[in-house]
Design a binder for this molecule. Structure first.
Ligand code: UDP
Ligand code: MG
Length: 319
């Protein structure tokens, strides 16, 4: 049976890459043969160059090419989300426009999908083209996410992946605004497999994620996937109470019950400092308590699907 595969390409100022990626995809689909058809969805994420007219040229000659144009730049994560919302294929492949994700691997992705994997994820082996700072930043980010994040985002996994229709439909259940597409896909579960690739240098144009934009993305991911920073205040508070409480008690007993029998002679300011510390601890631990409530509210407002069904068996006879 003919299988339709939706190719999802977020585009932000990629005028030089549109034609090359289209040609590369065509080549790969001719390798795949007559069993597979494709639709190519370009999401023009508010480009200010000629990307849109380049895509228009393709639309003129190939009815399988489609374009969603955003009113302004919303970022890659929202662009891929829109692509997934509009895909009608039996599976979707997300790929960057700059040819850093090798299109030659598409037959391999498709083969694994056909073997029964719901999601086959491209894992970047190394990226010589990335600056040391960016590489270091990404290591720190993934390590921190692993340690304190509630959603597991595996390191070096990329957006370059094929996902089955089941996963696309489940993905539509997410309503959150602040999102990392692959983080949400990872959250969904399903049967996964991985392929490995070496990212090539960008074909043309410039990487649009500046360091500042990446830091902002990393921070907002922390905030939306982890309440650890807020809970940390709570832990700190408990620690301070645990230290200053017994100390205060000791001073009290020493001063008023043993009437300075130990000879330590705590001064007035010292006693004040301990009392002050104790109440700081109380305030901080209350903040931690608030974090628990916020966690609860955050869980409700993001309105994630409560559960994800992979398949249902033997339900039809009831209908
Ligand atoms: N992109 C996008 N919106 C943005 C920034 C980037 O749609 O605001 C697209 C871009 O056109 C490319 C992909 O996302 O297809 C990856 O972007 P980039 O190459 O700049 O990121 P990097 O390779 O550094 O991860
Ligand atoms: Mg790139």
């Amino acid at each position: 049976m003919l299988k339709l595969i939706s190719i999802i390409i977020p585009v932000y100022n990629e005028e030089g890459n549109i034609a090359p990626i289209y040609d590369a995809l065509r080549t790969q689909f001719s390798v795949l043969g007559a069993d597979f058809d494709y639709e190519i969805i370009f999401i023009n994420d508010g480009s200010c160059d000629n990307s849109a007219s380049q895509i228009d040229i393709l639309i003129q000659k190939d009815f399988r090419v489609k374009m969603i144009e955003f009113s302004r730049n919303f970022g890659k994560e929202i662009a891929t989300t829109a692509g997934l919302h509009h895909a009608v294929g039996d599976a979707a492949i997300m790929i960057d426009a700059d040819l850093q994700h090798p299109p030659e691997l598409i037959p391999k992705l498709v083969a694994k999908w056909q073997q029964g994997f719901d999601m086959v994820i491209g894992v970047r082996q190394n990226n010589e083209t990335e600056s040391l700072i960016k590489r270091f930043g990404s290591i720190v980010f993934y390590k921190a996410m692993k340690l304190i994040g509630e959603t597991k985002i595996a390191s070096r996994t990329t957006d370059f992946r094929i996902i089955d229709r089941k996963v696309i439909d489940a993905f539509k259940g997410f309503g959150e605004h602040n999102r990392i597409t692959r983080g949400l896909l990872d959250w969904l579960g399903f049967k996964k497999d991985y392929i490995y690739f070496t990212a090539r240098p960008r074909q043309s144009g410039q990487a649009s994620y500046s360091k500042m934009k990446l830091i902002k993305l990393a921070l907002s991911t922390f905030v939306s996937h982890s309440l650890f920073p807020l809970k940390f205040a709570g832990y700190l508070g408990i620690l301070i109470i645990g230290f200053s409480g017994p100390l205060g008690l000791f001073i009290f007993i020493d001063k008023y019950i043993l009437t300075d029998a130990t000879g330590l002679n705590f001064s007035g300011p010292a006693i004040l400092a301990v009392i002050n510390m104790f109440f700081t601890g109380v305030i901080l631990s209350c903040l931690g308590l608030i974090a628990l409530y916020i966690a609860d509210i955050q869980g409700e407002v993001t309105n994630r699907p409560i559960y994800i069904v992979r398949s249902k068996k033997n339900f039809d006879h009831n209908q």
